[in-house]
Design a protein around this ligand. Sequence first.
Ligand code: AMP
Length: 121
Amino acid sequence: MAYDPNNIFAKILRGEIPCQKIDEDDHTLSFADIHPQAPVHILVIPKGAYVDWADFAANASAEEIHAFTKAISRVAELSGISETGYRVISNIGANSHQEVPHLHMHVLGGAPVGPLVMTMA
Ligand code: AMP
């Protein structure tokens, strides 16, 4: 899938719509999810234009991958959920119900987050 520069996270990165920023560095931005699914629900995104994890793994630089990996645990530390634990999820494509076509990691914590996935019907 080609990257859509009009997706909502691209607009956040361009400063066209606001976000509740948690953390930022040269390659990443982290902000609160607008519809939190846990007491702490943060989205970590790369600043580069990557549709999803597969696109990022194939095309991002080593520096971008390094920064993104570090950012995930850093926001957990900053939000005080490192000690109690948290879940990191990334949706990729239609079966996962990925809504926003810009790579993002959901960082969820602050309370027990339940089963990993819905059981098969
Ligand atoms: P996904 O289904 O993995 O693509 O998740 C997209 C996430 O983006 C959802 O959890 C939404 O609540 C969240 N979201 C959508 N728009 C915004 C926004 N403007 N600011 C923060 N989070 C958003």
